[in-house]
Design a protein around this ligand. Sequence first.
Ligand code: SF4
Ligand code: SF4
Length: 324
Amino acid sequence: MEKSYYCEKLENTLHFLPDGVKYCCSCTEGIGIKVEDFNKFDMKEVISKRDDYIKSLKNGELPKGCIGCTDYKEITMKSQILSLFKLFNKNKISHIIIDHFKQCDCNCTYCAQKKLFPNTTQNYELLPIIKSLYKNNYINSQQLKVEFQGGNVSVLKEFPLLMQEFKNHKVKEYVVLSNMIQYLPELETLGENDIVTVSVDAGSRETFQRIKNVDAFDAVIENIRKLRNNSKVQMQYKYIILHNQNDNIEEVKKFLDIAKEIGGLHIVIDIDYNDTFMTPGVRFDVPKHYYDIIKFIDDYCKENYLGYSIRPSAQNTLDKGYSE
Ligand code: SF4
Ligand code: SF4
């Protein structure tokens, strides 16, 4: 019998980008449609194209953007039964990714957003579209996850209004990526099921400035401390290991010392995505000293009772010893 596939993300996700929408989290690969004019945004068209993709997978044909992805699954009897229970919410969106703005108040050396979307102005406003999706009953409020990517939310003028619109309805979970250069009081309203991720990538002002091209390390640390003290939100304090920039134990130790001093932060470790999935076909051999850094982090966190995790894609690269 021919194989048949399904992808849960494809069925539930709407990812708003500056030039269109995708049906999953990836802004580099994945599948979606271009939208010429967001003033004429047509959800029926978006759903109809998505259903074509669902049908392709069902027929065992993988769209180009899905090849190599690990998220699609083979359809089994069990998944078919589960999908029967979901019929009621068919066509409803339970994951909205807000990524239509790529403007930011810093300029990280590793940033892919500005390379992929060099436009310096925001193409369209999302709020009217979200309002219309609610009005026309396209959103599964009971299960809704709202994720702000970007760009940086502090330069997204619509941010407070979008938050207010979502708060007028039910949201199960928020995920917000922010560089925390500016303090956003709206984040204080998030709860313990929600996540704010801040990629600091440095333990000192000098290294931060070299990586982010802005002198804002002290402000970021104070804003992290303030949000930690003023909210229950889960805070991810992230360090992306960047070759020849912050890949040394001294810098990592300073970064961890700050986490220990503030308390209540979950440390996340990653490897520069330019060395891994952003350059397919180019082999990246993990330098030996990366393993020493990871061992140091592991020992430090255990000794000081700090929670930490390594991003699955980075762990996969570390396990293999290379990425290509
Ligand atoms: S299989 Fe992967 S690339 Fe394709 S829609 Fe699902 S998550 Fe996106
Ligand atoms: S904070 Fe994010 S969006 Fe801004 S420059 Fe850095 S990587 Fe790019």
